[in-house]
Design a protein around this ligand. Sequence first.
Ligand code: GLU
Length: 491
Amino acid sequence: MIKEQLCRTRFAPSPTGFMHIGNLRSALYAYLLARAKHGKFILRIEDTDRARLVEGAVDKIYSSLEICGLDHDEGPDIGGPYGPYVQSERKDHYLPYAQELIDKSEAYYCFCSKERLEALAESGQIGYDRHCRDLSPEEVEARLAKGEPYVIRQKMPSSGSSEFVDEVFGRIVVDNKELEDQVLIKSDGYPTYNFANVIDDHEMGITHVLRGSEYLSSTPKYQQLYRALGWAEPAYVHLPLILGEDGKKLSKRHGATSLEDLLEAGYLPEAIVNYIAFLGWSPGGDTREIFSLEELCEHFSTEHINKAPAVFDYNKLAWVNGQYIAALSPEEFLAAGQSWLKEAYSGLNSENEKILAEILGSRIQSFSEIPEKIAFLEARPALTAELFYNKRQKLDCNLSLRVLEEILPELESWTEWEREKIHTYLMSLPEQLGLKTGQVMGPPRLALAGQKVTPGGAIEIMMILGREESLKRLQSAVEFLTEESKNGRDD
Ligand code: GLU
């Protein structure tokens, strides 16, 4: 019986300083495939572009993966049998292969100066003109001996075609004449991304390469390297583009484009992961849209990745996030959203934060809605007569005044401020006053909030504001309504 090869996937980010949504999706799918197949998920840092290094960027990669729960099995921070997992630390792994390719006549030294290459590009030449491809071995020797700077280029076949089957995009055939003699080793001795990536994937035993479809067109070149080195190729899984709703490539114009932006906008990591999983993949016949990471691991397969571009729908993300927020316990809500609450309401304390968590939990789709939802706690909007008018409840300024004049002295006479006690008292009033519950609970709520729509009712708002502030607001509403009724404006 042939033992099935253990699935090994990798996430190979370049440290750019932030986690773009597209990169996060590549990481997620690579993670999910490894978990679905009980394989290994590897993290490799691709930092061969020394000019583009950003400080702290590698830590950002670790923290992003950790926040999203995408734990890797091998990587720079935890090691593994195929390390090092940082390309710049693998510098001496690449040159011997480049040398092997030169010996096999699959690569060559190129001494072309920057100026020559620039002039070439300006002349309209597409790609390298293979100027150094057929230098005699003697000339190459002599120039190397003189210490002339050089790069090593891949010698592409000049006839035939390259063909591969991508698990998402299907069969792809490219005429070899179209393949450029790409640089493998740069003049600084570092490999290019295109070379290092193939060597590393092979040395690390990667079985499935998952990455954005922008790499689809380079894959024939990688394939030529596998062929030249006599290696078996991995399975290719290129992921669809991610577009904004206008059909253009997702960019800042559309909204948040990185994990950092989304977290800052008040989305939960679990919801982001859930939403991003669906950016190009669906669970087949299953119509559910809320999947935990564990459930995604169970259901994921490359078969249901769609090659059509995925559209990033911010409203849908908000809906998914709302589902996750609503499912949080008040403790979890506070753990995730407390900083938003603190910033929005200076009166926050260990008592009222729990009530806020309760009343906001099912009413927001993102923590960023908190400031707007509870602004009335910080400063009550000015009262208006219209506020107390409700046709359906047969409520107006006069009735509101009557109710508040009943409530205020009673509450003022209390020294303690207890939810149960306020509840029992207010609930006894409708019968006592011959009014409907809404007619009794409405006026204090409106008086306290200064707005018609509020998260939570009168009792919750009283508990959040506390005794002193609540009485002050009720008192000022009585004054306002007294004034209104004197002016007879309520008829
Ligand atoms: N370093 C490449 C990037 O950040 C990775 C591409 C790949 O996964 O092969 O886009």
